[in-house]
Design a protein around this ligand. Structure first.
Ligand SMILES: [Ca+2]
Ligand SMILES: [Ca+2]
Length: 299
């Protein structure tokens, strides 16, 4: 059984920067999840009157971008957005403003929302720039709908997950591969072990894959819960097997966030998350395993 996953807004809460900032209208307002188009709502960015005003979001990994939506301000001066271009690419030359264009706002069509189809354009950075003119730029939200290349091998199909113990009935091992990154434990999509020494979680991918990346989503309520956890890949269920490879030690994943760990094309069938130490609890909201070399990382 296969299904089409809905594309996520991969820009949400990512790092942003813009050419200049007026007062509290910083670049992060463009990815704060608030689409309110009134400047007074505190949901919009605002530059100074710059030549070529621009804004950028860093998606942290290379995505195939299907569409970008811009929410323009609605309370006044809506025409300032005219000429705004959306750029997508991997270069930071001239602040990313040389990357290929996906589209331009050429006319005001009476709605606050402008959506551009980007036909799987690839890039880590998405810029919005109004080139060739001195102007204030305001963006109330920028949404980037995109997918990583390569299928998540840990979800669906024959993959089987197990963990060292389970606390209660909700936090079963399969919750880390249910396709849901919801980081609130109460939502019922995170694993949970009992308090024990050296808890672990493991997925059996059934076949051997060349693994490019593992993505892990941390619990909202456990800020330091994954500090020191290790990601292992191998062809044996035992991480002590001499051929098992430790692809990463997690220093810290902020609560509720999803972080990527490059695994340098290690081949393996089993992916294990191991949390060394006594009196530990391992709780994972999602573990995704991507293969291939397409996905690039810049850490
Ligand atoms: Ca916003
Ligand atoms: Ca989950």
């Amino acid at each position: 059984v296969s299904s089409v996953e809905p594309l996520q807004n991969v820009a949400l809460n990512r790092e942003t920067v813009q050419s200049s900032v007026i007062a509290a209208y910083g670049p992060s307002k463009g990815v704060d999840g608030c689409r309110n188009g009134n400047l007074d709502s505190g949901c919009c960015t605002h530059t100074l009157e710059d030549l070529d005003p621009w804004w950028r979001v860093d998606l942290l990994a290379v995505y195939k971008v299907s569409a970008v939506t811009i929410i323009n301000r609605q309370d006044a001066v809506i025409e300032r957005i005219l000429g705004g271009k959306i750029l997508i690419g991997n270069s930071l030359d001239q602040n990313g403003n040389q990357n290929p264009s996906c589209g331009m706002i050429e006319s005001l069509d009476g709605t606050p929302t402008y959506t551009f189809q980007c036909n799987a354009m690839e890039g880590r950075y998405v810029n919005v720039i109004i080139p060739g003119i001195k102007r204030y730029m305001t963006l109330c939200e920028v949404e980037v709908f995109a997918s990583l290349s390569g299928r998540n091998q840990a979800q669906g199909g024959a993959a089987i997950s197990v963990q060292s113990s389970t606390s209660g009935t909700v936090g079963t091992a399969g919750k880390a591969v249910d396709g849901n990154r919801d980081a609130n434990y109460q939502s019922g999509s995170c694993t949970l072990t009992t308090v024990e020494s050296d808890p672990w979680w493991r997925v059996d991918l059934v076949n051997v894959y060349t693994i490019g990346t593992v993505m892990i989503t941390n619990r909202q309520e456990l800020e330091n819960g994954l500090d020191g956890a290790e990601i292992w890949i191998g062809n044996s269920t035992a991480i002590s097997d001499p051929e098992s490879i430790r692809c990463a030690v997690i220093s810290h994943i902020p609560s509720g966030q999803a972080f990527y760990f490059p695994c340098n094309s290690v081949k393996g069938r089993y992916v294990t998350v191991f949390l060394p130490g006594s009196a530990k609890v391992l709780s994972l909201c999602e573990v995704e395993v991507y293969y291939g070399k397409y996905l690039q990382f810049f850490t």
